[in-house]
Write a protein that binds this ligand. Structure first.
Ligand code: DAH
Length: 343
């Protein structure tokens, strides 16, 4: 047994120095075969162990096991070190390493279509001399309806399926026209203002309706503002939006906060003789507008005998859908990368 124990420490010392000298993976493999292989020196010791008595095995067995475990670990460490060194050497020999060839396989981040489109609209309005303003989404009945010439029980309220909140007299704004009131209350004419933002209506969701959508709103108040100013402004805006020559068509329309109220259509930017977007008519209904009703001016402290103004509003998704050929309003909130990455 003493002999076996002596051999264990000899083999350990020998393996230690052989591992140290193994400078290539091929050398290391030779060392592995000689010591750890099926017919290697550690396996020989196992055979010798079998010949010992039970008492002797009890002493020599654990020592031999320790050697085996240590030998495996020492071998693994050396192998890892040699492999790493080989990889580094390979890298070093690759002198013309092309950093631009590296392609990270990930989606590139981008601004959401909403953010991009609103910024685009704001650029257009700013270029036309408008100031960008914002208004609250949680609004009073007064600013959303009453001050816009829509008293309690006015039938126009039916068109605005309103989300009322638990606080009496408060609601989620049904249109961005509340901004007109908020701004007129604190300004003196002349002013030209533009606003884009979220509005809410209790509507069933389908391809063209959502309970949360966005609108844009313009209001211009000064002395002697007329329908011709409105029409010229609408045309300028639509031409900037569609980046081409657009004709506008004005039809009578009814909105309680304007008099006269009009609807403004654009000549179809996509066809000459009728297509599916303009439903073969050559015209697309785009804007609600009109001259600000004297009651609305008066209500917010502006004298309608001195000043007049026009206002204009429309659905932001609607114009984005027409401009970009988007077929379903639900895509805006779908968070589908296939959709969003197109913009
Ligand atoms: N607020 C209207 C709506 O939600 C849109 C609108 C129509 C805005 C006429 C206006 C306007 O400023 O003059 O349907």
């Amino acid at each position: 047994m003493a002999q076996l124990i002596e051999k264990i420490s000899q083999i350990q010392a020998a393996l230690k120095s052989e591992l140290k000298q193994a400078s290539t993976l091929e050398n290391l493999e030779q060392v592995r075969i000689a010591f750890l292989g099926r017919n290697g020196s550690i396996a020989d010791l196992m055979t010798e162990l079998k010949a010992l008595s039970v008492e002797e095995k009890r002493v020599a067995g654990p020592k031999l096991n320790e050697l085996k475990q240590w030998a495996q670990q020492a071998y693994d460490e050396q192998k890892y070190a040699l492999e790493r060194e080989a990889a580094r050497a390979e890298q070093r020999s690759n002198k013309y390493f092309d950093v631009t060839a590296y392609k990270h396989n990930q989606f590139q981040g981008r601004l959401h279509l909403y953010t991009q489109f609103i910024a685009h609209l704001q650029d257009i309005f700013i270029s036309m001399g408008y100031e960008i303003v914002d208004g609250p989404e949680l609004e009073t009945d007064y600013h959303n309806f009453k001050a816009l010439n829509i008293p309690d029980n006015h039938p126009a309220r039916d068109m605005h399926d309103t989300f009322w909140v638990d606080v009496p007299g408060m609601l989620l704004r049904t249109h961005t026209s509340n901004v007109q009131v908020r701004e007129m209350e604190k300004r003196k004419p002349p002013f030209a203002l533009a606003s884009c933002g979220r509005v809410y209506r209790n509507e069933a969701l389908d391809a063209s309706h959502a309970f949360l959508f966005n609108q844009l709103e313009l209001i211009f108040v000064d002395k002697d503002v007329s329908l011709s100013n409105l029409i010229a402004t609408a045309k300028t805006f639509l031409q900037a939006l569609f980046e081409k020559e657009i004709k506008v068509r004005v039809r009578p329309g009814y909105f309680p906060f304007v008099e006269p109220g009009v609807e403004i259509d654009a000549s179809c930017p996509f066809c000459k003789h009728g297509c599916s977007i303009c439903k073969k008519t050559g015209w697309i209904e785009l804007l609600g507008a009109g001259l600000v009703h004297p009651n609305v001016l008066k209500c917010s402290g502006i004298d309608p005998d001195i000043y007049s103004g026009f206002a204009l509003g429309t659905g932001l998704e609607r114009i984005a859908m027409i401009k970009y050929g988007i077929t379903d309003i639900r895509f805006f909130h779908s968070y589908k990368n296939e959709f969003l990455s197109q913009f």
